[in-house]
Each structure stands twice: as structure tokens, then as C-alpha cells.
Ligand binder design. Structure first.
Ligand SMILES: N[C@@H](CCC(=O)N[C@@H](CS)C(=O)NCC(=O)O)C(=O)O
Length: 209
């Protein structure tokens, strides 16, 4: 089986690489240098017509969308048990991963789009206070859901932690305050995963020195 992740440091490709490292799967890393506009190159658009990372090339075809990639990789390694299989546990897994994508990350994406990702004439800075308010609201819900558990689904780390975990790092990088103690502890716990450090190094090592 051959797997190639197309990514760039400090983007959602970290989610895919982190999952690969958690699973110990071999993979190639193909840098799509956003600073050089490579996400819009004909070669990369042929892989992902949206011109976005991550993308994953598998022996069966290409997959895009970070959550779909994480789930696909989990499906390759059911024995690792990073994705629950019983109905309710799987429901909770879907609940928190979809929450991360649909609620927690959207305000951050709004900030990113209107700061640098959109063409300059499409950006609107008036949206920032609303996005910050929405992010704080989502943090309160995540904090409530986490409660006194170590991880979002309970006592053990699962792939569900990659989504909110990565998104909280993103929030911190965007200087969004995380006030809830349980989220602060969660962030340190998830941030200490050796697979996360390995994933960050792998992405960094691909950058031109
Ligand atoms: N929903 C997609 C979003 C992917 C995405 O927007 N990736 C950003 C980097 S974090 C990107 O490649 N942006 C380039 C662009 O928007 O042109 C996912 O979760 O994979």
C-alpha cells in the first residue's frame, strides 16, 4: 500500500500526518508550497481541483477533506482502535469531529480567510469580533462536552482528539484566548503526543532549508 500526503506546515494537513504517525503507517510527504502558489499549479489542481491541502493519494485514488482522510486511515488499521466501532461510541466520534469542522474551526477559518486567504478585494475585517465571539461560544460547548475526561471520548486518546486538538492549536496560534482549565489541560495532554511531534517534524523537514 502506498500513501502520499500533500501538505504544507501550519495547515490542516497536520491532521492527516498526525493520524499517519499515530498509526505508524509508512507514507510519502509531498510539499505543496503555499508560499510559492503551488496549491494552484496545474499539477496539484489535477490532484485536488479545490487547490487545498491536505490531499491523500492512495492505491485506490485520491481523497481530500482532512476528516475523511483521518477516517480512511483509521479504517485501514482497525486494530489500532483509534476510531470506535460500536454504534453510540461511533456516533459520539462523529459528533465531536463534525463539531470541530462545522463549529469550532469555522470562526478561525473566517478570521484566516479575511486576514490573508481571500483575494484582498473580498476581505472584510468587520467580521473579526463576530468570529471571535463564535469561537468562544464553541469553546464553551467543547469544554462542557469534555468535562473532567482526559480525552473527548473518555479516558483514551482516539482520532476524535486530532480534530478539536488541531483546531485548538490553531486558535492559540491566532491568539484566541482559551479560558477553560479543562481545555488548557486537554491541549497540553494532546499536545504531548509523540506522534504529533513526529508529524510536525515531518512537515517542517519538507520545507526548503
Ligand atoms: N475542509 C477542508 C479545508 C482544506 C483547506 O481549506 N486547506 C487550506 C489550508 S489549511 C488550504 O489549502 N487553503 C488553500 C486555499 O484556500 O487556497 C479540510 O478540512 O481538509
Amino acid at each position: 500500500m502506498s500513501l502520499t500526503v500533500f501538505g504544507f506546515p501550519n495547515t490542516r494537513s497536520l491532521r492527516a500526518v498526525w493520524m499517519l504517525e499515530e498509526l505508524g503507517l509508512p507514507y510519502e510527504y509531498a510539499l505543496i508550497n503555499m508560499q510559492k502558489g503551488e496549491s494552484q499549479s496545474p499539477a496539484f489542481l489535477a490532484i485536488n481541483p479545490a487547490g487545498k491541502v491536505p490531499a491523500l493519494k492512495t492505491h485506490e485514488g485520491v481523497l481530500v477533506e482532512s476528516l475523511a482522510i483521518v477516517n480512511y486511515l483509521g479504517g485501514l488499521c482497525p486494530d489500532a482502535r483509534l476510531i470506535p466501532t460500536t454504534a453510540y461510541a461511533r456516533g459520539l466520534y462523529d459528533q465531536w469531529t463534525v463539531f470541530a469542522i462545522a463549529e469550532l474551526e469555522q470562526p478561525l477559518w473566517t478570521i484566516a480567510k479575511n486576514k490573508f486567504a481571500l483575494p484582498k478585494d473580498q476581505r472584510c475585517s468587520e467580521i473579526f469580533p463576530t468570529a471571535q465571539w463564535e469561537f468562544q461560544k464553541a469553546l464553551r460547548l467543547l469544554s462542557q462536552g469534555l468535562g473532567d475526561q482526559n480525552y473527548i471520548l473518555g479516558d483514551t486518546f482516539t482520532a476524535a482528539d486530532i480534530l478539536p486538538g488541531h483546531t485548538l492549536f490553531w486558535g492559540t496560534a491566532f491568539n484566541q484566548p482559551i479560558k477553560q482549565d479543562n481545555l488548557k489541560h486537554y491541549l497540553s495532554r494532546v499536545g504531548a503526543r509523540p506522534a504529533l511531534a513526529a508529524a510536525r517534524s515531518r512537515e517542517k523537514a519538507a520545507m526548503p532549508q
